[in-house]
Write a protein that binds this ligand. Structure first.
Ligand SMILES: NC(=O)c1ccc[n+]([C@@H]2O[C@H](COP(=O)([O-])OP(=O)(O)OC[C@H]3O[C@@H](n4cnc5c(N)ncnc54)[C@H](O)[C@@H]3O)[C@@H](O)[C@H]2O)c1
Length: 480
């Protein structure tokens, strides 16, 4: 049964939550008194649709239904999860929780996006404090996996576990913050770095742009994949963490650090920062900057995914299953996925090399289906591609849902001749024809496949023999 999320407050953060739930197959019911909320959420959704589905190498669930409600009680009534993302003011949050708890299911989880308040503060005066937890996300909520899950002593272990399970199921990484604290864990670092940066600007040492370069050209890249302590462990060399702390720890108390102090945010300082920021980034609109950010994040997260590391490992864990062999009498669905942002080029459409990647993935999946899987390859046999012919028939853009159907033209002895068709819905985008030869990985020469593989491939080839010959099969360059 489709699960339901209620989103209270559809601004920057609420819009991101709405997009994540929706694209993970949940129905989403939004309540926000702002008449502009629907437009804003739809803009966030458009960005999410072009970026999130392509992070998965398999098809995401079908999108849920999005509805907007003028009445808070109507929005939360049937919800399994209620996410509060209203402005960061305690009295507004308390008022919203009172309205929510008068209308919601008792078994629903109420998560608050608060960046600063402790759960025990949010729970004050609530009808059922145990139902409310902090689930603090990071912008863009539809891409970044971290959610700081902060309970108070009023929450029982079962609620925390249920919240963890649900967050994991929508592709998040719930970090259980075991002791409640103002501003949780991550924002405390960000504030420390931000304070130090404000000093550097105020003291005329660096501009907003120079500070950003200092981060993104260096330690920002390290942090994205290892964080702080694993990075410093390496910095300590073979002598390790102890040596690192002995060497660099004392400088933390040198007078250069101003972390304890905050520069006064005078009009002059605020103007200075704003005008430096305009000079640095004013050439892009906020929507453009969001798209640049998303494109970069997707490329980095997909790189981490290939390493099964950090945020990429979270993506691998959340990935839906690959297509299974269902009816071998028909062309077989071997790839079903969205086009990732990093597969597109300067023309705005999928790059030619990615057509080959998708067809290569289709061949890999077909090989698994006939038994040429990781175990078989480890035992010393595999198929190598000897020849390829691709026809690019139509354009496709980031976020589009593509499907590859595979027809066996020949499956006999050492030879496997495949014809892939790539579609978006009913639109044929490309065809890929490949001749593969079974090889022994020991001699690197052609060899017979195992009996099990030969039999399975032979069965599919025999049933595909009655399918019409594909238009374009055997065509040479220039002959469509
Ligand atoms: N912006 C961030 O980077 C960020 C990151 C993590 C968490 N948060 C937290 O998320 C929450 C929301 O922040 P935001 O940046 O999305 O703010 P925002 O101003 O963009 O959005 C707040 C939305 O809440 C709506 N709203 C106001 N009163 C409401 C009510 N009574 N019921 C329903 N909706 C109401 C407003 O119309 C607005 O659309 C805050 O608690 C904030 O601390 C923000």
């Amino acid at each position: 049964m489709t699960q339901i999320a209620a989103i209270l407050g559809g601004g920057v953060i609420g819009g991101g939550w709405a997009a994540r739930f929706l694209l993970m197959g949940w129905d989403v019911r939004v309540f926000d008194p702002d008449p502009e909320a629907e437009r804003k959420i739809n803009e966030v959704l458009a960005n999410a649709r072009r970026s999130l589905p392509g992070l998965s190498d398999t098809a995401m669930p079908d999108e849920g239904r999005l509805s907007f409600h003028a009445d808070l009680a109507e929005a939360v009534g049937p919800a399994d999860w209620i996410q509060e993302s209203v402005p960061e003011r305690l009295e507004i949050k308390h008022k919203v929780f009172a309205q929510v708890q008068a209308a919601c299911r008792e078994d629903a989880i109420i998560g608050s996006s608060t960046s600063g308040f402790k759960p025990s503060e949010l729970q004050e005066g609530a009808a059922r404090p145990a139902q409310i937890v902090v689930t603090h996300p990071f912008n863009p909520v539809y891409l970044l996996p971290l959610i700081e899950l902060v309970p108070s002593p009023a929450n029982d272990a079962a609620t925390v576990q249920k919240a963890k399970d649900i967050l994991t199921s929508i592709g998040c990484f719930p970090l259980h913050v075991r002791k409640e604290i103002d501003a949780h864990i991550a924002d405390r670092f960000l504030e420390a770095v931000w304070r130090e940066a404000l000093w550097l600007i105020k003291d005329g040492i660096a501009t907003t742009e120079e500070i950003d370069e200092a981060i993104r050209m260096g330690f920002g890249l390290r942090w994205a994949q290892m964080g702080l302590f694993e990075t410093y462990r390496i910095a300590g060399g073979e002598a390790g963490m102890k040596h690192f702390i002995e060497q660099f720890g004392p400088c933390l108390s040198w007078p250069w650090t101003k972390l304890m102090d905050v520069p006064e945010l005078t009009d002059e300082l605020v103007d200075q920062i704003a005008s430096q920021s305009d000079a640095q980034s004013g050439k892009h609109s906020i929507r453009e900057l969001e798209r640049i950010r998303d494109t970069n994040l997707v490329a980095m997260m997909r790189a981490l995914k290939a390493q099964d590391w950090g945020a990429g490992a979270v993506l691998n864990r959340a990935q839906p299953a690959k297509p299974e062999l269902e009816d071998s009498a028909l062309p077989i669905v071997t790839v079903q996925r969205a086009v990732p942002l990093d597969w597109t080029d300067y023309n705005g459409h999928m790059n030619e090399a990615r057509y080959l990647q998708a067809f290569g993935d289709a061949t890999d999946r077909f090989m698994e289906m006939i038994g040429c899987d990781g175990d078989y390859i480890a035992s010393g046999g595999s198929y190598f591609t000897a020849e390829t012919h691709i026809r690019h028939l139509d354009e496709v853009h980031a976020g589009a849902s593509i499907r590859v159907e595979t027809q066996v033209l020949l499956g006999q002895g050492k030879k496997m001749h495949l014809f892939h068709r790539m579609y978006e819905g009913g639109r044929l985008l490309a065809t890929g024809e490949h001749m593969l030869i079974h090889v022994s990985l020991e001699t690197r020469r052609a060899s017979e496949p195992s009996v099990a593989i030969a039999t399975k491939l032979g069965e599919i080839a025999a049933s595909h023999a009655s399918l019409p010959a594909p238009e374009g099969a055997g065509a040479a360059i220039g002959k469509r």
